[in-house]
Design a protein. Structure first.
Length: 254
């Protein structure tokens, strides 16, 4: 384990086992202050601190972290790096897995934070929702749109574009959604030396993930795959409990 660099992530990120064994980390709630009282004090000691929270377009946590850094003395400020991730949840998890490569390398916190910024920039996240009723109940879909979607079995594809969740595509059959995701995977495999791919599924969708995983393993040699069947509670609000997706990160320095 690298004891010279520590990370801070928010509670929306599920920290992978690979990362737990690589770096020390703290996971903080989205609620930083309670009635003006500081609940926890971060002991910087001799460590560099890298902060990776969900996209600033979806949460104020990134800005709150910058405010907290402003309260540090000048020497401490030089050891804290707040990464503008532009991605959420299992997308950040995938980047943490990519960063785990550097656990035993001679690298400074500043240089690792720079790599984290590059990895975030070279990442993409997409998923499809199969439970439109959940969106309707949550007020994100009108009754008419929900009825039409259910009638024609529409499967919306949502992606993170410039840090925001955007509806980018609508398909009527799952194989077309899988094909759309596979196109991203192929593009990344050709573009980058190594690719980290994170599959996520909720509900009865493991079969869809198994199909994609099989295709990836048969066709690409430079892709590292991981899979998870849960997401954080904040992201669950957008996903519902029935869907699947990918997060993909390309690197050229490993």
């Amino acid at each position: 384990m690298n004891n010279k660099i520590a990370f801070i992530v928010d509670s929306t990120t599920i920290v992978p086992e690979e990362f737990v064994q690589a770096f020390r980390y703290e996971q903080v709630s989205l609620h930083i202050m309670i009635e003006g009282k500081e609940e926890r004090e971060l002991d910087l000691k001799d460590e560099d601190i890298i902060i990776m929270t969900m996209s600033k377009e979806n949460s104020t946590t990134y800005n709150v972290a910058n405010m907290a850094i402003d309260y540090l003395d000048d020497d401490q400020k030089n050891h804290v790096y707040n990464v503008d991730t532009n991605i959420n949840n299992y997308g950040i998890t995938n980047i943490l897995i990519a960063l785990s490569y550097w656990r035993d390398k001679d690298i400074s916190g500043k240089d690792l934070a720079a790599k984290a910024n590059i990895y975030c920039h070279n990442s993409h996240l997409a998923f499809t929702l199969l439970d439109l009723v959940h969106l309707f109940r949550g007020g994100r879909l009108s009754k008419i749109s929900c009825a039409i979607g259910l009638l024609f079995k529409i499967k919306p594809v949502i992606e993170m574009i410039d840090g925001k969740l955007e509806l980018t595509k609508k398909e009527r059959v799952t194989p077309k959604v899988i094909s759309y995701f596979m196109n991203f995977i192929e593009e990344y495999s050709k573009k980058y030396k190594k690719v980290y791919l994170r599959f996520v599924y909720l509900g009865p969708n493991k079969e869809n993930i198994d199909k994609m995983e099989k295709m990836v393993k048969e066709k690409y040699q430079n892709i590292s795959i991981s899979t998870i069947d849960r997401v954080g509670p904040v992201f669950l609000v957008h996903l519902g409990n029935d869907g699947f997706g990918i997060s993909i990160t390309g690197v050229d320095d490993q």
